[in-house]
Design a protein around this ligand. Structure first.
Ligand code: SIN
Ligand code: CO
Length: 382
């Protein structure tokens, strides 16, 4: 995949001046971009039960219609005024997943997925806000994009129970995007994309967990792994003269008791790395019918016709605090000095030739790590 043509900008200046602050349109950021999936393949994905998709259409009387997939027929929607949106297409299309590698100046954990839309002329989802950052890359066709600044006077409109829009806003960007143009929209900036002709848009969406998501996931981990059963204790208690009062000292002691779990570094690092690598959509995990042995995997290494590949869309990272681990799709694998290099490669989620794999496997621990990852179905042999 070619890289982003930043023009006068660099990733550094982008992060400093635009990221989470201002929208930006980079014309011809990918001059030769031809798209990574054809409209009919996208329609095919929207026919699948496990893939989340919806069609948003505007009726001639300006009312809105929303339908959720799977779809078996698109003809009834006609030739104009509708958009098909398919979530996490990168979990099913390797080429679409490769779009994520355009954004390696931001850590992988921060990226959620790639949603792809196909819009007919005048199709769009209406003016709205998103709570996360998004890059929208224009594939085939042209679309008029308007983006405004956050504005607390905008009204929320619900023209359909499944559709949240906002009232008309003053755009600071109002341009027609063409294949290869890249639009960046920070959270809470109103935006509206209306297709000029049949058009495909790739939305690289970021993940920003809310505090309530994080606390509730942390509580789930404590409960699931019975890590929070220890009871509050106060062996150093003094006689109280006001039994009806909850004193600051007691309150602080309870708070420290709770925070001690959050500040347990090995626990927190395991929790957060697992949380951040969990896919929010179905993945096509390829778990072998019968688990591979390390001997079998060593045998595969001698075959240069095959390669090892990560499942499309899988999220991985390495984390070195307090101990080194590779985390793939919410699953931690401990790393040692001997396996750290392979761990980093696997976290990069790029296919690996057997020649490359052999460069890591002088030590048995590396073969064992590769075997575990294959047996979990996160990587496969192709
Ligand atoms: C799209 O229609 O491709 C993107 C919708 C959005 O603005 O989130
Ligand atoms: Co949006």
């Amino acid at each position: 995949m070619e890289s982003i043509q930043w023009g006068d900008l660099t990733p550094e200046t982008f992060l400093k001046e635009y990221w989470q602050k201002k929208p930006l349109l980079i014309k011809q950021a990918m001059p030769n971009f031809q798209g990574t999936i054809e409209a009919d393949e996208l329609a095919g994905l929207a026919m699948e039960q496990e893939i989340e998709s919806r069609i948003i259409a505007q009726n001639p009387d300006n009312t809105w219609h929303v339908e959720h997939g799977p779809f078996d027929d698109f003809a009834k929607f006609g030739e104009n005024n509708w958009t098909l949106l398919v979530q996490a297409v990168n979990n099913w299309s390797r080429d679409t997943d490769q779009l994520i590698s355009l954004f390696t100046f931001i850590p992988r954990w921060r990226i959620d997925d790639v949603m792809v839309s196909f819009s007919t002329p005048n199709g769009g989802v209406g003016a709205h806000l998103d709570q996360y950052d998004v890059f929208i890359l224009q594939g085939e066709g042209k679309r008029r994009w308007q983006v405004g600044a956050p504005d607390s006077t905008l009204e929320t409109l619900i023209p359909h129970p499944d559709l949240k829009q906002v009232s008309e806003f003053t755009p600071m960007i109002d341009e027609i995007t063409e294949p290869g143009d890249l639009l960046y929209i920070p959270p809470n900036h109103p935006h509206n994309g209306v297709s000029i002709e049949n058009s495909v848009n790739y939305s690289i969406g970021f993940q920003a967990p809310s505090n309530q998501d994080l606390w509730s996931a942390f509580a789930d981990k404590l409960i699931d792994e019975t890590l929070g059963e220890q009871r509050f204790s106060d062996a150093d208690r003094d006689v109280t003269d006001s039994p009806y009062q909850l004193k600051a000292k007691d309150m602080n002691q309870i708070k420290s008791f709770m925070l001690s779990q959050l500040s347990d570094e090995p626990l927190f690092s395991q929790f957060i790395s697992q949380y951040l690598t969990q896919s929010h959509h179905t993945l096509e995990l390829l778990i072998p019918m019968e688990a591979f042995t390390t001997e079998q995997v060593m045998g595969f290494l001698e075959d240069d016709e095959i390669q090892f590949a990560p499942v499309s869309g899988i999220k991985a990272l390495v984390c070195s605090t307090p101990t080194s681990s590779l985390v793939i799709n919410g699953d931690s694998f401990e790393l040692s000095d001997e396996t750290s290099e392979l761990g980093v490669y696997l976290a990069g989620s790029q296919a690996m030739t057997t020649k490359k794999a052999k460069s890591f496997t002088s030590c048995l621990k590396n073969v064992q790590l590769l075997t575990s990852v294959l047996n979990k179905g996160y990587w496969y042999i192709e």
